[in-house]
Design a protein around this ligand. Structure first.
Ligand SMILES: *Cc1c(COP(=O)(O)O)cnc(C)c1O
Length: 378
């Protein structure tokens, strides 16, 4: 069976984790945490990076930092993971779901202006599959109305928009290092704070509501409870794991980008682009080889294709179910149709994708799909 995902192991994780044991400091905010944070700040020029236990945690911090109060409205795409939304629901926000673009699953920037009201406090954008949202348009709308933009960049490490790294454009951004992402530490994430006005409060929230960070820098003579906060920082074992992966980021990215292009070339050569939708990469965006997917005609066709691939020893995965129709939210939705989100819900199918995937396996996968669509004679 060709698995759908296989977390990458660099071989250095245990060496770094052993260093943590040798130092006998296991709790968070130690040497490896600092190394990881500095790595991101230097490589991507993010203003301030805080390591978190997950991307979900980083989004919860974003929700607090955005000052979300009960009744505030937050615009979020419906075609996303629940963690893009829960952090705002937890602060009492009213979520206003937006549709996806017709040709790819990212938030339809042209539909946003009509969703903004005087109560709109934030827009959450999700760079699906590491492909950038239309950030110029989104930032321009947000700026005009004084709205905070949060990038859910969970899937977007080392992806770019007009030469700028994703995660560096919104006021805040969140990345994930879950097993299913390009680099992982099992569970893990970072919060990126690009807006200078939010940096010191971010540190306080991260330090459980205390000004310990300022104290450690010698800026105050004792540390105390100054604001709300929680426990968002991972242990040093997680940070050491992540640091090993970061040391190999270029190599992981080279492999994944190669795999992505290989799929794309093979699909086009077989003429499969006439049978299924292939990922659309808008101009000015440089993706990061996070996923490769096909978009089938309808739900029945996708189910049949999943069965066909399963019988050929190939594991695939559909993706999100439109959140505006979820059991938790459907009673709160305002009734607008979000047809593109629904279509990706029914029709998008993700293919096996991990750094160690072999070219002959990709060949087998593409041939099995071509067989399904009767294209192998070509
Ligand atoms: C993976 C993912 C998350 C959640 O990341 P965790 O690190 O598991 O909390 C959030 N949003 C999107 C779009 C994701 O793909």
């Amino acid at each position: 069976m060709i698995p759908f995902n296989l977390p990458y192991i660099t071989g250095e994780e245990l060496r770094y984790i052993n260093e943590v044991f040798a130092n006998r400091k296991f709790s968070g905010d130690g040497a490896f945490t600092k190394k990881c944070q500095e790595y991101f700040q230097e490589r991507y020029k993010f203003r301030k990076v805080l390591l978190t236990s997950s991307c979900t945690d980083a989004l919860e911090m974003s929700s607090i930092l955005a000052g979300i109060q009960p009744g505030d409205e937050v615009i979020i795409p419906s075609y996303t993971f629940v963690s893009s939304v829960n952090p705002f629901i937890l602060r009492g926000a009213k979520v206003v779901f937006a549709d996806s673009n017709e040709d790819e699953p990212n938030i339809a920037a042209d539909t946003i202006a009509a969703l903004i009201t005087p109560k709109t406090k934030a827009i959450v954008v999700v760079h699906y599959g590491g492909i950038a949202c239309d950030m110029d348009k989104l930032m321009a709308i947000a700026e005009k109305k004084g709205i905070i933009v949060i990038e859910d960049a969970a899937q977007a490490i080392d992806a770019y928009y007009k030469g700028r790294p994703l995660g560096s454009i919104g006021h805040l951004a969140a990345f994930s290092f879950h097993d299913t992402k390009n680099i992982s530490s099992g569970e893990g994430g970072i919060l990126v704070v690009n807006d200078p006005a939010l940096v010191s409060r971010a540190e306080i929230i991260w330090e459980k509501g205390t000004n310990r960070s300022a104290f450690l820098r010698g800026e105050v003579d004792k540390y105390t409870w100054v604001d709300v906060g929680s426990s968002f920082l991972p242990s040093e074992m997680t940070a050491a794991f992540l640091y090993a992966q970061l040391q190999h980021l270029d190599e992981i990215q080279a492999k994944r980008n190669q795999l992505w292009s290989c799929y794309h070339t093979k699909f086009t050569r077989k003429g499969l682009d006439t049978k299924v939708g292939l990922p659309f990469v808008p101009e000015h965006t440089a993706p990061n080889g996070h996923v490769y997917y096909v978009v089938c005609k309808d739900l029945d066709e996708r189910s049949a294709l999943i069965g066909h691939l399963q019988r050929n020893g190939i594991k695939t995965a559909s993706h999100y179910l439109s959140l505006h129709k979820s059991p938790f939210f459907k009673g709160q939705h305002d009734g607008r149709e979000l047809p593109n989100a629904d279509r990706f819900t029914d029709c998008l199918l993700r293919l096996p994708f991990y750094a160690e995937l072999k070219e002959q396996d990709q060949e087998k996968i593409v041939n099995a799909i071509a067989e399904f669509y009767n294209l192998n004679a070509r």
